[in-house]
Write a protein that binds this ligand. Structure first.
Ligand code: DGT
Ligand code: CA
Ligand code: CA
Ligand code: ZN
Length: 576
């Protein structure tokens, strides 16, 4: 089990204990342990299983938690959690995912109205009973209804990064089987959607049927959903992600990749066009109508070309203008990971990161970057030990010196400066001016009215030192909706002021969302793509930022951190 999953079990149990109104000490100890574990560099299960090591050597892990961890590693749950789940139905855990309601409110609603599930909650909101509860009110009732809707939309979906890791492991296993020609992931994963519903894996070669057997017999497979000659479906892993594996004849592989990559809207449009041209398109190939004569199918390119289109990159197959561009030869040359020359948003041990500046620099240099910016938090994030003016200034000095005595790549001094409630920067202008690059981000007061939030961001965009607007919508995928504001006004203002919009590559954010990337580009905005790394491993998340940029139709020339060092630096200094 991964550390994140262990932390999740502890949090969940703590939440349920809070709903039950239990003693705060135990609850806090579970939460503290969860925080330690989710940030711990080694796998906790490896430590628990290793007789030479002791989990209690980890700061923050006491004897009580050590017992819990041993139990989790042995059987995937622990006594306290089982007790809580016996007391409250599993559906109560769902309630905790509804934004706006904490465990205390849920406990109240349970007590007074017997609310045990999301459906119950929805009902009492519709009956206007929630607004009558102490300290809840009509506004919260509306918010809860909106949260329920968002929750239902995201239920059963998974982060792109999780899908990618699971798919990569399976693909590697399948490729090692005898008689396999090709194994590829299709579906929303290949299109790079921010969340995926299931995995679609395609296999060809004489051994393809073995891949079907392999997934069915896989130790991590939970439930067999179906197995036929050409297809097997299972739920996979603890998370029960659905995996569909399809075996295909060699000559159909391209047509199948096209079909199963989707999107559905893209496919419907392409098939309709084929029919107009007197052809039939399906997952086995492109056929002349009437006959069984296959005119294309072995590769995707020949399918598109035979229909009069250039090959369309999967990320933009959403029936949003790609066909026109592919017919007219005006498809964008989408940005590629290899074109990114630096990472402009990361944290270090100076605030809430886990690696030092030098460790981050070494790791970034190993990725082949020419430069990075270190952008720790500002003082409003007191919990993260954010920098005040004095520390900002001495940090800028320190970076100037470090660059002189030989870092493995060029480091720019930056800051992820909080945008305060009224749109002011958290750090005084004279201190900001010492830095090479300032990102402005919202980390508080997410619930402002749209007007107020828009004004706040408009005001921040006036700040003389601001270069980049960080994770502009504030969404956390599958957890927190974007806050409401007038994106068009913000994008126009950013374009006018020459402020770059960040595409935050952290898999939980992918913020800006790709449709807003495209909208902002049409307003003349330029972008940065950065990982917001809090440890060296996070630097690898750049790929998810790039895929989001591609879904937003960006080319390298739209993205600041594709510039070579000297041009990049000139661009930083000469901004309006
Ligand atoms: P997901 O799994 O919800 O993240 O999204 P997709 O796009 O991976 O959807 P999925 O797994 O249901 O199907 C994979 C692809 O197969 C989909 O993108 C397009 C194709 N497909 C599925 N059902 C249909 C259909 O009814 N008509 C057409 N034309 N294509 C379909
Ligand atoms: Ca899928
Ligand atoms: Ca599927
Ligand atoms: Zn941030």
């Amino acid at each position: 089990m991964e550390n994140k999953q262990i932390a999740h079990l502890l949090h969940e149990t703590a939440d349920l204990m809070e709903v039950a109104g239990e003693d705060g000490f135990r609850i806090r100890s579970y939460r503290n342990a969860a925080a330690v574990i989710s940030g711990y560099p080694e796998r906790i299960t490896d430590i628990v299983c290793n007789p030479e090591k002791k989990v209690t050597d980890i700061p923050g892990i006491g004897k009580g938690i050590a017992f819990v961890l041993a139990e989790i590693c042995e059987r995937g749950s622990f006594e306290r959690r089982d007790q809580m789940l016996a007391k409250y139905p599993a559906s109560a855990l769902e309630l905790l995912k509804i934004q706006g309601l904490g465990p205390k409110s849920i406990a109240l609603l349970y007590e007074h109205h017997g609310v045990k599930s999301v459906d119950d909650l929805e009902r009492i909101c519709h009956d206007h009973k929630l607004r009558e509860m102490p300290r809840m009110g009509a506004k919260l009732e509306e918010k809860v209804l909106r949260s329920i809707e968002a929750y239902r939309k995201s239920a059963g979906r998974f982060l792109l990064s999780f899908g990618r890791r699971t798919a990569d492991n399976l693909i590697e296993e399948f490729r090692a089987l005898p008689g396999i020609e090709r194994v590829e992931a299709a579906g929303s994963l290949r299109r790079g959607r921010e969340t995926i519903g299931d995995l679609d894996i395609l296999v060809t070669g004489p051994g393809a049927a073995e891949a079907l057997n392999r997934i069915v017999a896989h130790p991590a497979s939970q439930e067999l959903l179906g197995q036929g000659q050409n297809k097997a479906s299972v739920t996979f892993g603890m998370e029960r992600l659905q995996v569909d594996v399809r075996a295909l004849p060699h000559e159909s592989f391209g047509a199948a990749m096209q079909y199963f990559t989707g999107s559905k809207e893209h496919n419907v449009a392409l098939r309709t066009d084929a029919i107009k041209q007197g052809l039939t398109l399906n997952e086995y190939g492109l056929f002349a109508v009437g006959g069984n004569q296959r005119v294309a199918g072995e590769t995707e390119i020949e399918v598109y070309e035979r229909l009069g289109y250039a090959w369309i990159p999967p990320e933009i197959r959403e029936n949003c203008g790609e066909f026109e561009a592919a017919r007219n030869g005006t498809l964008p040359h989408l940005i590629e990971l290899g074109e990114v020359r630096g990472d402009l948003h990361m944290h270090t041990t100076a605030t809430d990161g886990r690696a030092t500046l030098r460790e981050m620099a070494d790791a970034a240099a190993a990725l082949g970057y020419e430069y990075i910016a270190i952008t720790d938090h500002s003082k409003a994030l007191a919990m993260a030990n954010g920098l005040d003016e004095e520390r900002v200034k001495s940090f800028a000095r320190e970076v100037r010196e470090l660059n002189r005595d030989g870092l493995p790549l060029r480091v720019f001094s930056g800051l992820e400066c909080d945008i305060l409630r009224d749109g002011d920067m958290d750090i005084a202008e004279d201190a900001l001016a010492e830095l090479d690059l300032v990102i402005g981000s919202v980390h508080s007061y997410f619930n402002l009215e749209s007007r107020e939030m828009t004004d706040r961001l408009m005001r921040a965009l006036e700040s003389p030192s601001l270069r980049i607007l960080g994770h502009a919508t504030g969404r956390i995928l599958l957890q927190r909706e974007a806050y409401s504001f007038d994106f068009d006004r913000i994008a126009s203002k950013a374009a006018e002021r020459g402020v770059f919009l960040e595409i935050n590559a952290s898999p939980e954010r992918l913020d800006l969302p790709s449709h807003l990337v495209r909208a902002a580009k049409s307003k003349g905005c330029k972008f940065t793509i950065s990982t917001d790394a809090h440890r060296t491993a996070h630097l690898h998340n750049m790929r998810y930022g790039v895929i989001t940029a591609r879904r937003g139709w960006l080319e390298a020339s739209d993205v600041l951190n594709t510039l070579p060092l000297t041009e990049f630096e000139a661009r930083l200094r000469n901004l309006p």
